[in-house]
Design a protein around this ligand. Structure first.
Ligand code: AR6
Length: 177
């Protein structure tokens, strides 16, 4: 059972805006009106019409998620979530976990199969990647055990080889490989 779940998950290194999946997840801010990092890259690749749709969403609280179309992206949808700004307090991990769980729930509610996550909060928001990686993979495992729904592929896409190695190591650890 454990083996089966970890087979649904895949680690990649590269640019999330290039992926041909049902949904890519955006590490946004509460305004949902764009920003730097992966948020900026997604808005640039999707085109200005994405911002038009985002304006109608009325922002998003930390830990929650909202879906839009993907427009000029290969991905059919963008799921915008807002990670916590790292503070070192216990609530950080809960909020980060909620980002993953709520994004997956939205994917499932929309009958989506494949979803790709960046390392939410691990850039400007300062979350230590080792901790964030464990939260990401553990939460996805929990979702796949508890709900799953339509989701059959979960990709973690890391920009740097350093972050890729951290994710790969932990995925191997939980796969028992
Ligand atoms: N593909 C994959 N990963 C990427 C890409 C990309 N194209 N670009 C950056 N990353 P960050 P946060 C990685 O700062 O920490 C924005 O301004 C990056 O190397 O984008 O959640 C928002 O508007 C890092 O590992 O997101 C918010 O204000 C990870 O994505 C704020 O930043 C996340 O880095 C959110 O900060």
């Amino acid at each position: 059972m454990k083996k089966k779940i970890t087979n649904v998950m895949e680690i990649m290194q590269g640019d999330i805006t290039k992926l041909d999946v049902d949904a890519i997840v955006n590490a946004a801010n509460r305004s949902l009106l764009g920003g730097g990092g992966v948020d900026g890259a997604i808005h640039r690749a999707a085109g200005p019409i994405l911002l038009e749709e985002c304006r109608k969403l009325g922002g998003c609280n930390t830990g929650k998620a909202k879906i839009t179309n993907g427009y000029n992206l290969k991905a059919r949808h963008v799921i915008h979530t807002v990670g916590p700004v790292y503070s070192g307090k216990p609530e950080d991990s809960l909020l980060l976990s909620q980002c993953y769980f709520n994004s997956l729930q939205i994917a499932s509610q929309n009958n989506l199969y494949s979803i790709a996550f960046p390392a939410i909060s691990c850039g400007v928001y300062g979350y230590p990647v080792d901790d964030a990686c464990r939260i990401a993979l553990d939460t996805v495992c929990r979702f796949l055990k508890e709900e799953k729904g339509s989701v059959t592929k979960v990709i973690f896409i890391l920009f740097s080889s350093k972050n890729y190695d951290i994710y790969e190591k932990y995925l191997k650890e939980i796969s028992g490989a």
